[in-house]
Design a protein around this ligand. Structure first.
Ligand SMILES: Nc1ncnc2c1ncn2[C@@H]1O[C@H](COP(=O)(O)OP(=O)(O)OP(=O)(O)O)[C@@H](O)[C@H]1O
Ligand SMILES: Cc1ncc(COP(=O)(O)O)c(N)n1
Length: 423
């Protein structure tokens, strides 16, 4: 698949063409790119906007259309010259345009004046989808009303916010629920509209493309790149295939470890999609990791979503504190091991615990215990343990950003355990 991104260049890579290319590449779609303006900026301010000449933009268009078959075009920051050229190419090649109308930067630098707004309206009426944020949508509708313009009946409009509203002209046809992450991330609009374009180029229907792009942008925000003045979007795609591959490799690694910290009830390891809503967003073994009679272990069952409740509840609770924590594994409790980890490896492992005797009635122990352990230290620990209770085996739970991270922690913990027991 190939898409074309037409937009401005942001040297910090948070927005514009750089973000478009990273997004498209992450989704396995080849991204052609035409630069309209060079816009040096930080997350505090835009320094300037240098518009490339009509001739140069014309040659950029000429080169990509000579070399490639193009169906989908995503637009970011546009200029009058680039819109004039694009309008000609839309007619000539029957292009499907996804227009992200970037009227101003988040740092309040205006990219558009009234003359250019006229051109944007012309472009909207030749586009398939436009993706204004709420503020941009209101400005566009006010402009259309004041100038007595009209938007074509079959124009799809996705008004982005935390929840995103999909309209077909003025009729709302779907709402895509979001989840506010406490970060102001630069370039989310660019990444989101390019992800939608990439999924459309893969053959997704519009609403499926938006749904999948929504998951994509949320991951790209969770894993945003911290900068001096803020955060830059970091195009990241974690889907069911990613999770299954991680878990398969984690179990492959486990089999290379002389893993003996297996509790009587057996171990399980689970990993979730970003921002899991329920068990179905979390994959684990349908069976268990159980001791065999030769001092080793068996891995019983397959990797399936929805297979675990116990470990899944730990991840569901932990991810509310830190959406980057997506995996957990339970291993055998040992008092000397916890003591040694607390005393000698506090720089490597953050440890917390809960006491089953303090459990209130009518709660899920794992949800309650995980929440207590996280609240105690104000973050998600690497290890959560409890000393058991009536008919309940003491347990250590290892948490991490994915199942491979968890297995590497388990491997280290196993080595510490072995060294203690050898003494
Ligand atoms: N902090 C956040 N938490 C959750 N979702 C967010 C956050 N910021 C942006 N998004 C999502 O990213 C998508 C696009 O973001 P937004 O609505 O901010 O567009 P935008 O203002 O054009 O972005 P930008 O101008 O920063 O490139 C929307 O679906 C929105 O829900
Ligand atoms: C080149 C370029 N393209 C798009 C944006 C909008 O991004 P934001 O709204 O995060 O400022 C930008 N600032 N720079």
């Amino acid at each position: 698949m190939v898409i074309l991104a037409v937009g401005g260049y942001d040297p910090t890579g948070g927005a514009g063409i750089s973000a478009d290319i990273k997004t498209s590449h992450t989704l396995g779609v080849y991204c052609l790119s035409i630069i309209t303006s060079i816009i040096p900026q930080t997350n505090k301010e835009v320094y300037e906007k240098y518009d490339l000449s009509k001739e140069n933009i014309e040659n950029q268009f000429k080169s990509v259309f000579e070399e490639f078959e193009i169906e989908y075009v995503k637009t970011g920051v546009l200029t009058s010259q680039s819109i004039d050229i694009l309008l000609k190419y839309i007619d000539k090649y029957d292009l499907k345009v996804i227009c992200d109308p970037v009227l101003a930067s988040t740092t309040k630098y205006n990219f558009v004046d009234e003359k250019l707004m006229d051109k944007y309206i012309e472009l909207f009426n030749k586009s398939y989808l436009i993706t204004p944020n709420r503020e941009e949508y209101n400005k566009i509708m006010e402009f259309v009303k004041n100038k007595n313009y009209h938007l074509k009946k079959d124009l799809y409009i996705l008004i982005t916010g935390i929840d995103d509203i999909l309209k077909r002209n003025s009729t709302t046809i779907n709402i895509f629920k979001g989840f506010k992450i406490n970060k102001e991330v630069h370039g989310t609009g660019c990444v989101y509209s390019t992800a939608i374009t990439a999924f459309l180029s893969k053959g997704y229907k519009l609403e499926d493309a938006i749904k999948e792009a929504k998951n994509f942008i949320l991951s790209s925000i969770i894993y945003a790149k911290k900068t001096k003045y803020g955060y830059n979007s970091n195009p990241t795609y974690i889907n069911k295939e990613t999770v299954i591959k991680n878990l398969s490799y984690a179990i492959y690694l486990l089999k290379k470890i002389n893993f003996t910290l297996i509790p009587e009830v057996g171990s399980n390891i689970a990993e979730s999609l970003p921002l899991p809503k329920d068990f179905n967003d979390i994959a684990s073994l349908t069976g268990r990791i159980i001791k065999n009679k030769l001092g080793g272990f068996y891995v019983v069952g397959d990797i399936e979503f929805g297979a675990s409740e116990h470990i899944a509840k730990i991840i569901l609770s932990a991810s509310k504190f830190n959406p980057k924590i997506r995996s957990c594994m339970n291993i055998k409790y040992d008092e000397d091991l916890i003591k040694t980890l607390k005393e000698k490896f506090k720089d490597k492992f953050i440890i917390s615990s809960f006491d089953r005797s303090e459990e209130p009635p009518n709660v899920s122990t794992m949800e309650w215990g995980t929440t207590i352990a996280c609240k105690k230290i104000g973050k998600v620990p690497d290890i959560i343990y409890d000393k058991g209770g009536l008919g309940k085996e003491p347990m250590i739970r290892v948490l991490g950003k994915d199942s491979i991270d968890v297995i590497k922690k388990v491997e280290f913990i196993q080595k510490i355990y072995n060294s203690i027991k050898e003494k």
